[in-house]
Design a protein around this ligand. Structure first.
Ligand code: NI
Ligand code: MN
Length: 225
């Protein structure tokens, strides 16, 4: 399978079967994204929470591609109210889709929609495809249960925020990867706006000092997992 990074918290997973899954596609309003919403397509869109830098361009992409949204119950209902198809899930629950398994985890954050609707709890998500477990933490502060998440599901790739202010900063993110112990850590949610400007290589150096391999992905880069 392949993992593509658009910047911020936006990723695209492509299963060996060719099925494409977008996570938090924030492209047109994202000053760091090298691609626009019209350039991507997907069969599924996973949303970690409803903030505008995560819902992003989901609905314009959905109008064109008719994907199935996968998110927590309240946000799934919000997507349905906008006229889209959604699979309702919730924190702690997993479900086997045609491409693989999706399980939602806790995240410590907020989740109101851009038009001030209630969207339930924010979440992280573990996506298991083609024998690999990818943990996208969503926006979150550090929490000790990341240790439990890593124990219950050995994580191959952990995608986690390092930008500080709204989420973990570098010091907390280094502790997060120590708790979760992924094979590879990939930083996200940094340098999109001045308030979350940090040096991802500082995170990489500190994580690797603790024995966790780290890849700082370029904007638009795609890697084979
Ligand atoms: Ni957020
Ligand atoms: Mn965010």
């Amino acid at each position: 399978m392949k993992l593509k990074y658009f910047s911020h918290s936006s990723f695209q997973l492509t299963a060996n079967s060719g099925i494409k899954i977008l996570i938090d596609p924030f492209l047109d309003g994202n000053p760091t994204s090298p691609v626009k919403a019209e350039d991507v397509d997907a069969e599924y869109i996973i949303l970690t929470h409803a903030h505008d830098d995560h819902i992003g361009d989901s609905f314009s992409i959905a109008k064109r591609c008719s994907p199935l949204f996968i998110c927590v119950n309240e946000l799934a209902e919000y997507c349905k109210a906008k006229g889209f198809e959604a699979h309702n899930m919730h924190i702690g629950g997993g479900y086997d889709f045609e491409f693989g398994r999706v399980k939602f985890t806790i995240a410590h954050h907020g989740s109101m929609t851009p038009d001030n609707s209630y969207a339930g709890e924010p979440a992280g998500v573990i996506v298991s495809i083609d024998g690999k477990n990818i943990y996208h933490t969503g926006d979150t502060g550090l929490f000790y249960d990341m240790k439990l998440i890593g124990e219950m599901t050995p994580i191959d790739y952990m995608l986690l925020p390092i930008g500080d202010n709204f989420t973990m900063g570098i010091t907390d993110a280094v502790k997060a990867v120590e708790f979760t112990a992924p094979k590879i850590a990939i930083p996200m949610h940094y340098n999109t706006f001045p308030v979350i400007k940090v040096d991802p290589n500082e995170f990489k150096t500190k994580a690797e000092t603790n024995g966790i391999n780290c890849i700082v992905m370029e904007y638009g880069e795609e890697i084979e997992l």
